[in-house]
Design a protein around this ligand. Structure first.
Ligand code: HC0
Ligand code: SF4
Length: 580
């Protein structure tokens, strides 16, 4: 251990520790903009580029994020020199930053704004040249505004090291440096998967979701067409933080009530369609298993993972389940079944929206194949953050609003559906039903929790005996972890080996949808993400029914509309195909 003092407090830390980390151990917070470390997901951004964390070490000023502790070191974070240096750095950053905090999408959540406020900066002393780049609005999901970029490189580290996609990187030199794309292509023309993890770690408004709240307000203002909305599993535990509730607090009834108060005519649950996804996906797996089909089967509900597979592993697309995601199963059921049967409306006489913890879902809903006869299935997909803004704009306090119930029949779900929102959950839900499909028996209540695929490790595997067959399963979250599994699968196939797994679940965001790119910003605090996951497991544990095949409304839907599992209608409305 190395012994040093920080602001007069003695601390002992392993050698190799940086001053900034050591300071945390004695409760000393050193401001920083570029530094962010999330051990759980292997994300470390310590490029020491912003110089906001300068502290006095002996007679020198050093960047705390990039300087290792030394035996006997005396660190002082608040000498006059350090305070002045740090303030100057922020003032210089502000001198080349658009002065539009009032109207910036990140206002109130911006780390640069917070820092300027904490440092008591009251005017921009330096007037200099301003960088100007066009704002990239080319995609359905992301708005990239380089003028707001402070070159912290968190997005680059996320995209390159954790997600292994490599879309974003620093280009040019000196004042002309920007975080750009290959040949400065528009985001829509890159291999971006729209996972949104770069947005999740951006400290400013340089990377944001595309804001579709105006279209949502317009839809609510018109009176001709009823507006239906579905909310994803991870929304109910994510949104709580936006309203001052504890991370992971379960706000299901409150979100429903807030959506009704906003004027949505029917509030339904994506979870209903998650149960439906399990019915189709478990059936597809059992068919492939028993009839010699392509194994492993890979889950297809995460749209960023589907984008990744299409661009990076087109040779493996046949292993993807043909099941649409729950979002994209829900919408045709609402449009072609509920609208007709309950409302007596034609498919184009209703509006179907979704609230998702995800920005890739905005891209998913724009896919032409997820529609019929020129009518797109899902009209609009909003993130949790956009919904929170709408709720605040309407003056509704989610924290105190009285709970309301989902509308019926597309509002009922089993516990299996809730856990979709956390890594390993889809796999666990599928096993609960696949077991019954194969053995015709029910898993006993004390055996339905597959603990081996729970938790926040990037790759979790298990072997489950299903009716005498050992089924090898694996769940991966983050595209970097997905890449490991895909490279392994490719190598096995090339060598003529039997692939190792029967079922592969992939979620692009590390931790699953609870860490989605459309969730409230976690600011690097992964405990929040874990709390959201725990919230979903708690909902599952407290539901009376916890297996998708026990959902009576789903059985009714098959009887009245879909016919057989995996049958003709199911294929028309619930399955899809992919593009290389
Ligand atoms: Fe997810 Fe989903 S679980 S991708 O993470 O499968 O976004 O929450 O809605 O569609 O259900 C996100 C979350 C969903 C879908 C579901 C799946
Ligand atoms: Fe990379 Fe994901 Fe950001 Fe696209 S959305 S640039 S893939 S981190």
């Amino acid at each position: 251990l190395v012994n040093l003092t920080i602001n007069g407090k003695a601390v002992s830390v392993p050698s190799g520790t940086k001053i900034l980390e050591a300071a945390k151990q004695v409760g000393v917070k050193i401001p920083s903009l570029c530094q962010m470390k999330i051990d759980e997901i292997g994300f470390t951004n310590e490029c020491a580029s912003c110089r906001v964390c300068m502290v006095s070490a002996g007679r020198k000023l050093v960047p705390a994020c990039g300087t290792m502790v030394k035996e006997g070191m005396v660190v002082n974070t608040n000498t006059p020199e350090a305070l002045k240096y740090r303030k100057n750095v922020v003032e210089l950053l502000l001198s080349d930053h658009p002065q539009d905090c009032y109207t910036c999408a990140k206002s109130g959540k911006c780390e640069l704004q917070d820092l300027a406020a904490d440092m008591g900066i009251r005017k921009i002393r330096f007037k200099g040249e301003q960088s100007t780049s066009p704002i990239d609005t080319s995609s359905y999901s992301i708005v990239k505004d380089n003028d707001k970029c402070i070159l912290c490189r968190r997005c680059e580290t996320m995209c390159t090291e954790v997600q292994t996609v490599g879309v974003l990187s620093g280009v040019n030199r000196g004042f002309n440096t920007v975080v750009g794309t290959f040949f400065n292509a528009d985001m829509m023309d890159t291999e971006c998967t729209f996972c949104g993890q770069c947005v999740s770690v951006c400290p400013t408004g340089a990377l944001m979701e595309k804001d579709n709240t105006k279209e949502a307000w317009d839809a609510l203002a018109q009176k001709e067409k009823p507006v239906m909305v579905q909310i994803a599993p991870a929304v109910r535990v994510g949104i709580s933080e936006e309203f001052g509730l504890e991370p992971g607090a379960i706000s299901t009834g409150k979100v429903v009530a807030a959506l009704k108060a906003l004027g949505f005519d029917y509030v339904f649950d994506t979870n209903f369609a998650a149960d439906l996804t399990i019915m189709e996906e478990a059936n597809e797996f059992v068919q492939r298993l028993t009839k010699g089909g392509d194994l492993p089967i890979m889950t297809s509900c995460c749209p960023a993972w589907v984008n990744f597979c299409e661009t990076q592993y087109p040779d493996l697309l046949k292993y993807l389940s043909t099941c649409r995601s729950p979002q994209s199963m829900f919408s045709p059921v609402a449009r072609y079944y509920f609208a007709d049967k309950v409302l007596g409306k034609k498919p184009d006489e209703v509006i179907v929206m979704s609230i998702m913890p995800c920005i890739a879902k905005k891209y998913e809903v724009a896919r032409e194949e997820l529609g019929k006869d020129g009518i797109i299935d899902t009209d609009l997909s909003l993130t949790v953050r956009e919904l929170a803004r709408m709720i605040k704009e309407a003056g509704i306090d989610l924290a105190t609003i009285e709970d309301a119930e989902f509308d019926s029949p597309l509002g009922y779900s089993t516990g299996a559906a809730d856990i979709f929102g956390v890594t390993g959950g889809v796999l666990e839900a599928a096993l609960r039903t696949a077991y019954t499909d194969v053995t015709k028996n029910e898993l006993p209540d004390d055996a339905i929790e597959f603990k081996a695929v729970r938790g926040f490790e990037g790759i979790k595997e298990a072997t489950v005996n299903v009716g005498g067959t050992d089924v090898n399963v694996v769940a991966a979250s983050s595209l970097g972890c997905a890449r490991k599994l895909m490279d392994e699968l490719r190598a096995d196939l090339a060598a003529g080996r039997t692939p190792k797994y029967h079922i592969i679940e992939i979620m692009a965001c590390p931790g699953g949808c609870v860490a989605g790119g459309g969730q409230p910003f976690h600011g690097g605090d992964y405990e929040k993400v874990k709390a959201r996951g725990a919230g979903l497991y708690a909902i599952d544990a407290n539901k009376p029914k916890r297996k998708s095949h026990q959902n009576e409304d789903i059985k009714k839907l098959y009887a009245e509309f879909l016919g057989e599992r995996g049958g003709h209608n199911a294929h028309t409305y619930l399955h899809t195909h992919y593009f290389d």
